[in-house]
Design a protein around this ligand. Structure first.
Ligand SMILES: N[C@@H](CCC(=O)N[C@@H](CS)C(=O)NCC(=O)O)C(=O)O
Length: 210
């Protein structure tokens, strides 16, 4: 498998964690977001959205297919490589896990994405300070409910004793929060989950600084 990746891309970071948890070997090609490589004709020919990640797979020997969207990729991996499962056993638990993952992937991540930040400071003329205010505002809006919801349990991970899709989405978002120097003191439960995840080799090997 070939992952079109970028170290600091949180969506690609999710896929790296999932591949590591599944023990699936992959080759990574870096698409430099800072250099705008995601907009190149070559990359857009693979993934018309101009976003990373993309995963090139050979599904059952049927030739190369390109998958986009980190959550779709992770669900594909989870179906092809059932062990260890990234979703819990019952429909209700699976829905709860997906809801937490989607809170990160749909409600926080897209409005703080690179192209949005570039639009704010470019076309809309906001300063770096205003950009950071925007970033922190939407992070806080998203992290506060997660902290509240997850404080109802004291399991090591978001949804039990093993990592799931929810942790896979949460950890890269917390990495971004640290990088943008958000005050993390209101989120002790999220920090405890982050610690538990980062103790695992699958998470630490996927870390952007690795
Ligand atoms: N919903 C997509 C989001 C992908 C995405 O937004 N990727 C970011 C990096 S985390 C990107 O490629 N940004 C490039 C840009 O904003 O120009 C997914 O989950 O894969």
């Amino acid at each position: 498998m070939k992952l079109y990746d970028y170290a600091r891309s949180s969506a690609a970071y999710r896929v790296r964690i999932a591949l590591n948890l599944k023990g699936v070997a992959y080759e990574a090609t870096s698409i430099s977001l800072l250099d705008g490589a995601q907009q190149s004709d070559d990359y857009r020919a693979l993934n018309a959205t101009g976003l990373v990640p993309s995963l090139a797979i050979d599904d059952q020997g049927s030739g190369e297919s390109i998958l986009g969207q980190s959550l779709a990729i992770i669900e594909y991996l989870n179906e092809c490589y059932p062990d260890p499962p990234l979703l819990p056993g019952t429909p209700l638990e699976r829905a709860r896990t997906r809801a937490l993952a989607l809170q990160v992937a749909c409600d926080i991540h897209p409005i703080n994405n690179l192209r949005v930040l570039k639009y704010l400071t470019g076309e809309l003329g906001l300063s770096e300070e205003q950009k950071t205010t925007w970033y922190h505002h939407w992070l806080k809006q998203g992290l506060a409910p997660l902290e509240q919801q997850l404080s109802g349990s004291d399991t090591p991970f978001c949804c039990g004793n093993t990592p799931t899709l929810a942790d896979i989405c949460l950890i890269p978002q917390l990495y971004n929060a640290h990088r943008f120097k958000l005050d993390m003191s209101p989120y002790p439960r999220l920090l405890a989950i982050e610690q538990a995840c980062n103790r695992l080799d699958a998470f630490s090997r996927a870390h952007p600084e690795r």
